[in-house]
Design a protein around this ligand. Structure first.
Ligand code: OOG
Ligand code: NI
Length: 447
């Protein structure tokens, strides 16, 4: 069909529309975006080497479009329709995150692009959580929540029609894509009117604030968006100057020469006025802003070491001393590309240099990449971690829901139930990084 849009183009449109909507809804998010852009610019100016590295790895162009968002839904059907919406934008469920271990009654996946080109163009991801009603202890309240959820449809009729049309045609024209984006956006819009009365809200809220957030509104409002920064410590320290209150602790690994995985921090959720059924005034606290700094993706071996060291480091209350302590504990985690590669701790993408390309014929499968790197034939670029971290996610959840986690440790992981609700299995994130590394090796003749 003539003039159809690619999934990448639709994702681009959608992530821009989402960002514009959220900046209007939460002006502090706009301030955060400005701060992050300023800091990124300053970092690149002061570090020409990093600038070059990012440019070589096709990382620079996507830096300014980079963001993730998060939503929470209440029932299986909602998750299944979201899967269809995101598929139109080339975003697929990757990874399973069990947050019940940390006292948050949800389990989650990340909808995100999967292939190299799509990720390079616009890696927009949405961390999507499904409420686990079975973790509500009180049976009456559980039934009430289920009944409220059963009555709502968080998608517009037109959005559902557009999904069917896409199923039939396999693509959208530009006009159709514009309609689809506008209709899909409605699902993520903030609603000042709760669908329940103040007493119901209170009862659900007292069980867990997250339950009220998921159950009491007409849609699954986007609860934060997250730009990518090149210096999270700096943004954290500058937030107060711009009138933004950061959460106490930066989640994830410490600052390092070679950043690994993902570091995150957020600003506190806003207390916003809402109207209950019956027009009683109240407030609701759910929406915030977050920043992230991404590093290299770790292999299962690297991840095991990360998890071990993180556990050993424990929690802190003061960011500076926590970061200092993390640095000490993580001194056992090798901090150079060569060591990370040699010990099989992280994933890399290999590329031949022009000289290497001239000698392509003499490179044999199984050759040691390290020798070729030393000879100047090959470069290895760290593969960026595109996913999330359950302990960090729990920290983000808790800082914005009040620190009332911890009383629900007994929830068992139920990936199978999540996948049944989703209607498909989630992709294993490690296999994606392994495939990306293997593809690059094959291109160089190393596999
Ligand atoms: C999601 C919190 C997790 C992240 O970046 O780890 C998250 C939520 O609050 O719904 O967004
Ligand atoms: Ni987030």
């Amino acid at each position: 069909m003539a003039n159809t849009l690619t999934a990448d183009e639709i994702r681009d449109k959608f992530s821009q529309a989402m960002s514009a909507m959220y900046q209007q809804e939460v002006p502090q998010y706009g301030t955060l975006l400005e701060l992050v852009a300023d800091v990124n610019l300053a970092v690149l100016e002061h570090d020409p080497e990093l600038h070059q590295q990012l440019e070589n790895a096709d990382e620079l162009a996507r830096l300014s479009v980079e963001r993730h968002g998060a939503i929470r839904v209440g029932k299986a059907e909602e998750l299944a329709v979201l899967k269809r919406i995101f598929a139109v934008m080339g975003m697929h469920p990757v990874g399973y995150y069990d947050l019940s271990q940390a006292g948050v009654p949800v389990h989650s996946t990340a909808f995100r692009p999967i292939d190299d080109q799509a990720l390079a163009r616009n890696p927009f991801r949405v961390f999507t959580s499904l409420l686990r009603l079975e973790l509500i202890d009180n049976p009456e309240l559980r039934a009430r929540a289920a009944a409220i959820l059963a009555q709502r449809d968080i998608f517009t009729p037109r959005c559902r029609e557009m999904l069917d049309l896409h199923d039939k045609q396999g693509s959208f024209s530009e006009d159709e894509a514009n309609i689809f984006v506008a209709e899909a956006l409605e699902t993520f819009r903030w609603h000042q009117h709760a669908t329940v009365d103040a007493d119901t809200y209170r009862a659900l809220h007292d069980e867990h604030r997250l339950i009220a957030d998921v159950v009491c509104f007409r849609g699954c409002h986007i609860n934060h968006l997250t730009p990518r920064t090149l210096d999270i410590d700096r943004v954290q320290s500058l937030m107060p100057e711009r009138g933004i209150t950061p959460k106490a602790i930066i989640e994830g690994p410490p600052r390092r020469e070679r950043p690994i995985l993902l570091r995150q921090t957020s600003f506190k959720a806003l207390e916003e006025p809402i109207l209950f059924a019956g027009e009683h005034h109240g407030t609701h606290t759910a929406r915030f802003g977050e920043i992230e700094q991404r590093g290299v993706a770790l292999t299962p071996k690297g991840r095991a070491l990360y998890d071990e060291l993180l556990l050993e480091a424990g929690n802190g209350t003061d960011n500076l001393s926590h970061q200092h302590h993390l640095q000490e504990v993580f001194s056992r985690f090798p901090d150079s590309d060569a060591l990370l590669r040699r010990q099989g701790l992280a994933y890399f993408r290999y590329r031949l240099t022009p000289v290497g390309d001239m000698h392509r014929q003499s490179i044999k499968p199984g050759d040691d990449p390290q020798l070729l790197i030393e000879r100047g034939w090959l470069v290895a670029q760290p593969i960026v971690y595109e996913d999330f971290l359950p302990v960090s996610a729990a920290g983000i959840f808790q800082s914005n829901l009040g620190s009332d986690g911890g009383h629900r440790q007994h929830g068992h992981s139920s990936r199978q139930e999540f996948e049944e609700a989703l209607g498909t299995a989630v992709t294993d994130e490690f296999s994606l990084y392994q495939q990306a590394e293997d593809r690059s090796k094959r291109r160089c003749g190393l596999l």
